[in-house]
Ligand binder design. Structure first.
Ligand SMILES: Cc1cc2nc3c(=O)[nH]c(=O)nc-3n(C[C@H](O)[C@H](O)[C@H](O)COP(=O)(O)OP(=O)(O)OC[C@H]3O[C@@H](n4cnc5c(N)ncnc54)[C@H](O)[C@@H]3O)c2cc1C
Length: 336
């Protein structure tokens, strides 16, 4: 009989973990306190590449490098099965006026990555042709249908609580409604909320708010994702344009504010002057699972025999989720 796995948290990390385990022969249930994919994963821009990867430890890029190929194949599989287009686009990224040319050159050489030097608004710029993007709300919608299709048991609106005891193999995990979720193995993929489940030190994974804006389609055809000074703009297949994002330490507050709106609009109008004075049609915020150095926790939980953690993907969870699902699967396989 297959081992039962409960995956706690249905963002992109939990969903790709659940799919990997189900397709490898485990009997998977995925649980979320809300609806599937409606937290950070829904809010993301969907750029499948780290911004300024040369500024991070090599581990960050190691977790990201698999994303473009994975989503290219996965989005076409999702389309065939669900009819939903997740809008995977090979859109390339133009990095405008980065400060340290030598570091970028070295990094690109070490990682065998091609780029072209060019100029944008008379500023020295670097074009990375291999950078891709996906549309998170559509991706998450398609993933939910796909999970149903392959027999994953989905439990929405079910919130698990923090475990009290340590140092043992658990057979069930209590919900806020006093129900017991039974499984042989538990995987925590609860993003920014992970510390509420097993980790006591809030400084390990902490909430970081990001605000984004979206403009209606106008007569602009953006050839690349534009990136400058920790700010980016990208266009979807239907022509809408997104810009973001803020990095704010305000706890789990998902409100948006006028200061961020004005700042994002100002930066947008510099890179795409056609958008100057236009009021965005949408403005939202998501809570990223922040971690030091943007390095997620992918490991067996200390003090428990059958709990694993796959959380803390901070700014690049959509990009890192495929590789991190592979890594947690290998750890589970080795221990079961
Ligand atoms: C504005 C913004 C832009 C971004 N842009 C990009 C980008 O371009 N590229 C990129 O790669 N990444 C991007 N990110 C980051 C990316 O979205 C996150 O790293 C990623 O979504 C994290 O995925 P996750 O599954 O760990 O978390 P989440 O999507 O937050 O999922 C965690 C889930 O756990 C559930 N949960 C929590 N506690 C419990 C509980 N007690 N019981 C049951 N369920 C629980 C939550 O309801 C939630 O659905 C962006 C993020 C933001 C906010």
């Amino acid at each position: 009989m297959s081992l039962k796995v409960a995956v706690i948290g249905a963002g992109i990390v939990g969903c790709l973990t659940a799919i990997k385990l189900q397709e490898s022969g485990y009997d998977v249930t995925i649980i979320d306190k809300n609806e599937i994919g409606k937290e950070s994963s829904w809010a993301g821009a969907g750029i499948l590449f780290p911004l300024m990867p040369w500024e991070y430890e090599p581990r960050v890029f190691e977790l990201c490098i698999y994303a473009a190929n994975f989503y290219k194949n996965f989005s076409s599989k999702l389309f065939k099965i669900t009819g939903i287009d997740s809008e995977f686009i090979e859109s390339s990224l133009l990095c405008i006026d980065p400060s340290d040319k030598k570091t970028i050159l070295n990094w690109a050489k070490n990682n065998n990555l091609n780029f072209n030097e060019c100029s944008f608004l008379n500023l020295p710029s670097y074009l990375f042709p291999k950078v891709t993007q996906i549309r998170p709300p559509r991706l998450m919608k398609a993933i939910k249908l796909f999970m149903q299709e392959i027999g994953i048991n989905i439990r929405e609106n079910t919130s698990l609580i923090k475990l009290k005891k340590e140092g043992y193999k658990i057979e069930s995990w209590p919900t806020t409604e006093n129900e017991q979720i039974k499984a042989d193995i538990f995987v925590i993929t609860s993003g920014a909320w992970t510390s509420n489940l097993v980790i006591d030190h809030e400084d390990i994974i902490y909430p970081v708010r990001g605000q984004m804006i979206q403009y209606k389609k106008i007569e602009v055809n953006m050839k690349h994702i534009l990136y400058s000074d920790d700010f980016y703009i990208l266009q979807r297949k239907d022509g809408v344009i997104l810009a973001g994002s803020t990095v704010e330490y305000v706890g789990f507050d998902k409100n948006t504010d006028a200061t961020a709106l004005n700042e994002l609009m100002k930066k947008t109008s510099i890179l795409v002057p056609e958008l100057k004075g236009i009021i965005p049609e949408n403005h939202w915020a998501g809570i990223r699972p922040g971690t030091k150095g943007n390095i997620p926790i992918i490991k067996k939980a200390e003090n428990y025999e059958n709990i694993f953690i796959n959380s803390g993907h901070y700014r690049y969870g959509l990009t890192m989720a495929p590789m991190s699902a592979e890594e947690i699967y290998k750890l589970i396989l080795e221990s079961s």
